[in-house]
Design a binder for this molecule. Structure first.
Ligand code: AMP
Length: 277
């Protein structure tokens, strides 16, 4: 596996590749969810590029940019084992050199949910992903359903800006007790870790209600709220039942695909999860 850290070398190496390229962008501290993206990219493309970049523009001033966990040696071993050919690990200065002033802003779909609680987050995400698309010119780019709104933002950006590539959405990989894998799970104390599966339990209770015919979005949110209220360490930020395409919160009886999603604080750790009905 080849490691690249400058944009000049990334462009040069990309020019030398012929055939299909799969891209898996990450912030590192990899787990089985990331590995699943790389494994799928390996199966579907001639060349596989993973990126590790903790993108400063997607973190708010009071978020965990400096504390974000990092472990390159372990990440490289996992990527090599999953069949990655190239790992791109640019520095913040390589991506945002002095004088940088061009950003990508996706509008409606970036506004609710995470967008409302993390101002500027999706502007940072869309900007870095657009840059990574230009640097690696992938045939297919792989993203996790774990970050459902991020997927909708990137799909919208790719369509609106005519990126000639396919966005592949991979299922959320979970721990045996249902907790969605996340680099941020490393922040949890053992007691908090025991509380964290409450998110997935709440989502599955919402899904069961849906499967039994419940179509009132307020009642779906209420069922999820009851489960979370029973977990004393869980502090709810939002509980949503939204249109899975527009992400607009539902108020009338739901008909099309519904995205159930949650953001919950456990101690100082902010966890998100979702299910599509
Ligand atoms: P991150 O390193 O958190 O920015 O995530 C990089 C990519 O991995 C994103 O497309 C995420 O949606 C995806 N991802 C993160 N956690 C999971 C998971 N548990 N299952 C599937 N994909 C995931």
């Amino acid at each position: 596996m080849k490691q690249i850290s400058t944009t000049a070398e990334m462009h040069a190496v990309r020019r030398s590749l012929s055939g299909t390229v799969g891209l898996a962008p990450t912030m590192g501290y990899l787990h089985a969810g990331h590995v699943a993206l790389v494994t799928r990219a390996r199966a579907e493309n001639e060349h596989v590029i993973a990126t590790i970049f903790v993108n400063p523009t997607q973190f708010g001033p009071n978020e965990d940019l400096t504390a974000y966990p990092r472990d390159f040696p372990r990440d490289f071993a996992l990527l090599a084992e999953a069949g990655c050919d190239i790992v791109f690990t640019p520095s913040p200065d390589a991506i945002y050199p002095p004088g940088f002033q061009t950003y990508v802003t996706v509008e409606e779909v970036a506004q609710p949910l995470e967008g409302a609680r993390r101002p500027g987050h999706f502007r940072g995400v869309a900007t870095v992903v657009a840059k990574l698309f230009n640097l690696t010119r992938p045939t297919r780019a792989y993203f996790g359903q774990k970050d459902a709104q991020q997927v909708r933002v990137i799909q919208t950006m790719a369509l609106d800006l005519n990126f000639d590539l396919e966005i592949v959405v991979c299922p959320t990989v979970r721990e045996p007790d249902g907790l969605a894998m996340s680099s941020r799970n490393a922040y949890l104390t053992p007691e908090q870790r025991r509380a964290a599966p409450a998110l997935y339990r709440a989502l599955t209770v919402g899904q069961e209600a849906w499967n039994h015919g419940e179509r009132d979005p307020e009642r779906l949110r209420g069922r999820m709220a009851e489960v979370l209220a029973a977990e004393p360490l869980a502090l709810v930020e939002y509980i949503s039942a939204a249109d899975a395409r527009t992400l607009a919160e539902l108020h009338e009886s739901a008909s099309g695909n519904v995205l159930l999603s949650l953001a919950v604080r456990i101690g100082r750790t902010r966890l998100i999860d979702n299910l599509v009905l």
